[in-house]
Design a protein around this ligand. Structure first.
Ligand code: F6P
Length: 748
């Protein structure tokens, strides 16, 4: 890149070089010019001498009184340029030479022509011009000889050369001086422009100097920033075959040596003491099932709440443990939270406040000051743990979910150079809804400490922009999807989360036929019964009651399914301390009993409700055994159960009934999309699913499997890391520009 001052300096140097070359070329030319001038001057003088003494000399010769020549010649020789004068007579003898006539001079060296002649001789290293002027008297032809010392020509041309050199040096100095002054002035303006540009780039154009910067900024800086702007545009990741290896290569190539840290509330492995000893459990968490394969691929440290009753026994002195237990690939760092803190931070603010606030499930959010204080304190503690675990000053920190809205800002304060990617796993509501949160500004500010803030869908990004716009003084750039507050820019992008492909839980699974038989046998069901499953955490956002009601409606409308169809709901207890969750469980149990009483018989119960945690291998076996999977969330950021069901069906059979209020419904459009609030609609969908021909099932399932395979969790992580790499590159360029600016100002 060449700036204007650089170009001025370059042209000035070029001009100086041209002047120097001209000087060298002029020097010999000036010497010969001066030689010519001086010589003709001397010739003219000789003629003058001759003309002025011609008459008295002729008279002296004519009178035969050569003695008179002494005084005439001596008088002439007084001229400082005339070395000597004499007369060469007709016999070629030198007569009456003046005092300084060189001893070596002889008349034989003088051309005897009829007109004046000039020749040069060397005497004692000096050049001498000899002028010979014929004087004809009677029959004699004598020559008046005038000798001029030409050494003054050398002195004169030396002087002229010295003058030319001095003049060139003076011109050079003047040009260099003017150029230097010009460059310094330009540099000052340029630096000011650069500062404005950097500030503008940082603040996203919020500085008061921004309009001026636009006119002042040098073309090259404009171009540089423009290039970076282009780089901020999303790139197509569709062509990449996303796998753990692809993700590793991406990290290696785009973020060489980068340290990866994950921060989440839920830990990927929980150690619990049971009667048989310590057992390891993997939690029912979409977040965990998405992130675990990513960190297994990348390595690093996962910082999470140690929630198991044997967690403390299994960590080392630094609260660390290598996981997965059977094949360690990364470090789990556990952070401890007291029961009281857990009540405020997790149950209170996170799950009674933010969870219902962000989900449209018509459960009123609860906001208590004590909960907020606990939430702040725990966010501080985890941010501190991130700073402790970081081995580098600029790690990539993946902050997860609504438990840690304040952590990005707190981490930024501790590790200013960190690349913080925050992912919000739940929906973001509209501004009006979010506006009821008493700490909305603090939550938004905390999140805007991130480098990148991700949501599942563009719709949630738009809600976030709207919320920021409404409650925080900021600059929102919708073209580049960024929010700038206090000079810090955060990219806000949709990254639809997904699952690993192929899923780990599929390894070692029996065939679909074997799963079909085994599951029905274990549930005491006839081998040919049609089975629909719903598998998730027991959460009121999942629409568990609504799907039961849909089953009820179906059996009422289409009683031919009695004895031939069973709906199995597997629900993992979650947040059971909270009243809303407790009442959901009891309502679900009561509703299942009610439906079974209405439609069931002594040998058949249409609704089976199993309330316990299932490990992923068990879950996959149920998926493979099912004819239908029902995902009827009232509101869900993504819902990975839907994707897991699809991934489990390598036989390409099975039907997915999917709520339109899940992020997954945007991607899995071959599912039967339903409105879970409409029991009739959902009942119809289940009926269609029960009757769906194998061929249609296969076609739908094939397309959905292709979608999940291509848009798997490695792509999710990969897209965020690509954006992180660009952000780091941009940061790096701005740092260099800032450093140069500082150095130039110090030097100027
Ligand atoms: O949906 C948001 C989410 O964080 C999921 O990623 C995860 O399945 C669940 O909530 C976690 O619930 P908890 O950790 O409270 O059991």
């Amino acid at each position: 890149m060449k700036s204007l001052p650089m170009r001025i300096a370059k042209w000035s140097l070029l001009a100086l070089a041209v002047v120097a070359v001209l000087g060298l070329a002029i020097a010999p030319f000036s010497r010969s010019l001066i030689e010519q001038w001086s010589r003709s001057d001397v010739v003219a003088r000789s003629r003058l001498v001759y003309n002025s003494i011609q008459y008295p000399v002729v008279r002296a010769i004519a009178d035969g009184q050569l003695n008179r020549l002494d005084s005439i010649f001596e008088g002439v020789a007084l001229d400082e340029r005339i070395l000597a004068v004499g007369l060469c007579n007709d016999a070629g003898e030198l007569v009456k030479p003046t005092r300084l006539m060189p001893k070596t001079f002889s008349c034989e060296k003088v051309a005897r022509s009829e007109s004046e002649s000039f020749s040069s001789i060397i005497n004692d290293g000096r050049r001498i011009l000899v002028g010979a002027f014929p004087i004809v008297e009677r029959n004699h032809r004598d020559y008046l000889i005038v000798l001029h010392d030409l050494s003054f020509i050398d002195a004169r041309s030396g002087e002229v050369q010295a003058f030319v050199v001095a003049a060139l040096v003076a011109i050079t100095v003047v040009i260099a001086g003017i150029a230097a002054i010009f460059v310094v002035l330009m540099l000052r303006g340029w630096m000011r422009s650069l500062r404005f540009a950097v500030e503008e780039a940082r603040s996203g154009g919020q500085t008061s100097a921004a309009p001026r910067a636009k006119t002042l900024v040098d073309n090259q800086i404009q171009k540089l920033l423009h290039d970076i702007e282009i780089d901020r545009m999303p790139i197509s990741t569709g062509q990449v075959d996303w796998s753990p290896k692809a993700l590793q290569e991406l990290l290696h190539n785009l973020l060489p040596g980068a340290e990866v840290l994950i921060l989440s509330n839920r830990e990927p492995y929980i150690h619990n003491r049971e009667s048989t000893g310590i057992a390891v459990q993997t939690p029912a968490s979409g977040l965990v099932s998405a992130l675990e394969p990513v960190i297994r691929a990348c390595g690093g440290t996962w910082i999470a709440h140690g929630s198991g009753n044997a967690d403390r026994e299994t960590v080392d002195a630094d609260d660390r443990i290598a996981v997965p237990p059977d094949e360690p690939a990364y470090t789990l760092r556990r952070v401890w939270i007291t029961d009281e803190e857990q009540d405020g931070y997790y149950y209170g603010l996170a799950n009674e406040g933010l969870w219902p606030l962000c989900h449209i499930a018509f459960v009123r959010p609860q906001f208590r000051e004590a909960d907020w204080q606990a939430y702040e304190a725990i966010n501080e503690r985890f941010a501190e743990a991130v700073a402790q675990e970081a081995r580098t000053e600029d790690p990539i920190v993946l902050v997860q979910d609504y438990h840690f809205a304040l952590a990005p800002r707190l981490i930024r304060q501790r590790l200013p150079k960190a690349t913080i990617i925050t992912f919000w796993h739940i929906p973001w509501p509209n501004a009006e809804t979010f506006g009821i949160c008493p700490w909305k500004e603090k939550i938004i500010d905390g999140l805007l400490g991130s480098t990148i803030l991700g949501f599942h869908t563009q719709f949630h990004c738009n809600n976030f922009f709207e919320t920021v716009d409404r409650f925080v003084e900021s600059r929102i750039d919708r073209e580049h999807a960024t929010v700038t507050v206090g000079g810090h820019e955060t990219m806000v992008r949709p990254y639809p989360i997904s699952i690993e492909w192929p899923p780990k839980a599929l390894a070692g699974q029996p065939s679909v036929e074997a799963c079909h038989v085994e599951v029905r046998r274990s549930l005491g069901l006839p081998a040919d019964v049609k089975l629909a499953v719903g598998i998730e955490r027991f959460d009121y956002t999942k629409g568990v009651l609504d799907r039961m009601r849909a089953v009820d409606t179906l059996l009422t409308r289409e009683p031919q399914w009695k004895e031939k169809f069973v709906f199995l709901q597997v629900a993992a207890p979650t947040r059971s301390k909270l009243a809303t969750y407790q009442s959901l469980q009891s309502e679900a149990v009561a509703l299942a009993d009610e439906i079974n009483a209405r439609h069931g018989s002594a040998t058949w119960r249409p609704v089976e409700l199993i309330i316990r945690h299932h490990e992923s291998a068990e879950v996959f076996k149920l998926f493979r055994a099912a004819d239908i999977c029902i995902v009827s969330s009232l509101h869900d950021g993504m819902n990975l159960v839907a994707k897991e069901f699809v991934s489990s069906r390598d036989d390409e059979a099975g039907v997915l009934v999917l709520s339109s209020f899940t992020g997954a419904s945007r991607e899995l459009s071959e599912a039967l999309i339903v409105n879970p609030y409409d029991a009739e609609d959902m009942a119809s969908a289940v009926g269609i699913a029960l009757r769906m021909p194998d061929q249609e099932q296969r076609e739908r399932m094939r397309l959905m499997r292709q979608q999940v395979r291509e848009s798997n969790v490695y792509r999710w992580a990969g897209r965020m890391l690509i954006d992180a790499a660009r952000s780091r590159q941009r940061r790096h360029i701005l740092d260099i520009a800032e450093q140069n600016q500082r150095q130039d100002f110090e030097g100027a």
